[in-house]
Design a protein. Structure first.
Length: 202
């Protein structure tokens, strides 16, 4: 009987601890800067160095001797949805060109998706960090990603800051790896703005 009572206490205590897990949406009720929630426009731009073998123009480690680094410029534009736990899914179009710009048209990918998971967030400063994966193909269902038919394109992390009462997020990539290329230097930033319906005047 004592053992059964002890087990019951452990279950109750564990349930109490789990129920106290903080929700980042709770910051909307407190004095902190709320994490973004809802649908946002998504835009990003930056430069990436891709490392190639000088003789074969195939992928080469950026640490290899004599490696050639090709500078590229990319821009993204789309929409992203955030849930109240800090997860998001963005559907966007990517336009990529080699530098310096020449006569060839850019590579355009209209089926790109960016999926992020919150690593940490400080509501006193509105700053945090995300882990992300980008895919070609798949589907966003709100903040949830359906990976059927999708292939991983890149992974990494980003640092972000929230402003305007949770209506704006600015981010910068801090790490980046690619599934098909060896990445050297990079500099990539972006902005997300809350999408709202126009007010109707009576």
């Amino acid at each position: 009987m004592k053992s059964r009572y002890t087990t019951l206490l452990v279950i109750v205590a564990a349930t109490a601890v789990l129920s106290q897990k903080p929700s980042y949406a709770d910051d909307r009720q407190g004095g902190g800067i709320p994490l973004v929630v809802g649908q946002f426009s998504f835009s990003a731009q930056g430069n990436v160095g891709i490392c190639l073998n000088p003789g074969t123009s195939t992928v080469e480690s950026c640490g290899a001797s004599g490696v050639v680094v090709i500078s590229t410029i990319g821009t993204d534009n789309g929409a992203v949805t955030w849930d109240d736990a800090g997860n998001s899914c963005a559907s966007y179009t990517n336009v990529q060109s080699a530098l310096p710009l020449g006569g060839s048209p850019p590579a355009v990918t209209a089926t790109a998706h960016l999926v992020t998971k919150l690593a940490d967030y400080d509501s006193t400063t509105g700053t945090g960090n995300n882990l992300f994966t980008t895919y070609i193909g798949g589907t966003c269902n709100g903040a949830t990603f359906d990976s059927r038919g999708a292939t991983v394109f890149s992974t990494g992390s980003e640092h972000f800051v929230v402003s305007d009462g949770g209506n704006r997020l600015d981010f910068v990539l801090t790490t980046l790896t690619n599934s098909t290329h060896s990445i050297g230097g990079f500099s990539f930033t972006g902005t997300e703005l809350k999408q709202t319906s126009p007010q109707r005047f009576q």
